[in-house]
Design a protein around this ligand. Structure first.
Ligand code: MF3
Ligand code: CO
Length: 252
C-alpha cells in the first residue's frame, strides 16, 4: 500500500480545492428548503464549482451521471439527482461533492435538514458530524490510521447507531481515491502510521438503525436495509505534526 506524501506545492493546490468546496457547500446549504428538487441542487452545485474554474470530480466517475451526490432520508450515499425527487419539510439530505483544482482533488459531505426536523433526527446528524471530530483527534503524525476508525466507532456506539461498514474513507490527492482505505469501524490492528503530508478524506456514514445497507437497481444509490435514516459527514484533511488541517472547512 503506497500512501503518498504531498509536497508543499501539492498541499497548496489541495488547500484551494478544499476552500472552493467549502464555499460550494455553504452556498448549497442556503438553497435547501422544501420544494426544491435534487436535480436543481445538482445544477446549482455544478454551476458554483465551474464558476471557480474547477471540475466537479464526480461527473462521469465510473459512469456516475451527475456532479453532486444527493441522498435523501434512508439513502446513505450516491443518490442520483432527479427532477422527481422533491425535498419536503422534515427530510434530511446528504450533499456529497468533489472538486478538481489544477489537478488536485477535495471531497466533502454534509447532511442538511429540510425545514424543521425531529429532535431524534437532529441528534443523528450531530453525532455523525461529531464522530468525524472524534476521529480526527488521532489524525496526526505518529498516530495510527485505525485509531481514527476506532474513535469514530466508539463514539457512535454510545448512541446505538449503526456504523456503515460497506463503504469507507480514502486517501485523496491527484486522484479522488488513493490509498489508504479508511474504515469507520474498529479494526483488529492499528494499521498504517500516519505522517505529515498525507491527505485523507475521512467520512463516517451513520445509520439511525442497523449498519446494513443495500444497493438500489440504479447500481448507485446505497440505502439502509431497515429503512432507517442515514447521515454522512466528510472532509478532506491534511496530516501535520500537530493538529490536522481540515482543508474543506473555511478558516477565518
Ligand atoms: N465522496 C464519495 C466518495 O468518496 C463520492 C464519490 S461517488 C461518485 O467515494 F461516483 F459519485 F463520484
Ligand atoms: Co469521499
Amino acid at each position: 500500500m503506497a500512501v503518498s506524501i504531498k509536497s508543499s506545492r501539492e498541499i497548496n493546490l489541495m488547500r484551494e480545492a478544499g476552500r472552493i468546496l467549502a464555499v460550494t457547500h455553504e452556498e448549497l446549504e442556503k438553497i435547501i428548503k422544501p420544494g426544491i428538487s435534487t436535480l436543481e441542487i445538482n445544477k446549482a452545485g455544478e454551476d458554483i464549482i465551474r464558476g471557480f474554474g474547477c471540475i466537479p470530480s464526480f461527473l462521469n466517475y465510473n459512469g456516475y451521471p451527475a456532479s453532486i451526490c444527493l441522498s435523501v432520508n434512508d439513502e446513505v450515499v450516491h443518490g442520483i439527482p432527479s427532477p422527481d425527487k422533491i425535498l419536503k419539510e422534515g427530510d434530511i439530505v446528504s450533499i456529497d461533492a468533489g472538486v478538481i483544482y489544477k489537478g488536485y482533488h477535495s471531497d466533502a459531505a454534509r447532511t442538511i435538514p429540510v425545514g424543521e426536523i425531529s429532535e431524534d433526527t437532529r441528534q443523528l446528524i450531530e453525532v455523525t458530524k461529531q464522530s468525524f471530530f472524534e476521529g480526527i483527534k488521532y489524525a496526526k503524525e505518529g498516530c495510527y490510521l485505525y485509531d481514527i476508525s476506532a474513535a469514530i466507532n466508539d463514539y457512535v456506539d454510545n448512541f446505538g447507531y449503526g456504523v456503515v461498514r460497506d463503504l469507507v474513507g480514502h486517501g485523496i490527492g491527484s486522484s479522488m481515491h488513493e490509498d489508504p482505505q479508511i474504515p469507520n469501524f474498529r479494526q483488529r490492528r492499528r494499521g498504517l502510521k500516519l505522517q505529515a503530508g498525507m491527505t485523507l478524506a475521512i467520512e463516517p456514514m451513520i445509520n439511525a438503525g442497523r449498519c446494513d445497507v443495500e444497493w438500489l437497481d440504479d447500481d448507485w444509490t446505497v440505502v439502509t436495509e431497515d429503512g432507517s435514516l442515514s447521515a454522512h459527514y466528510e472532509n478532506t484533511v491534511l496530516i501535520t505534526d500537530g493538529e490536522p488541517e481540515i482543508l474543506s472547512i473555511l478558516r477565518n
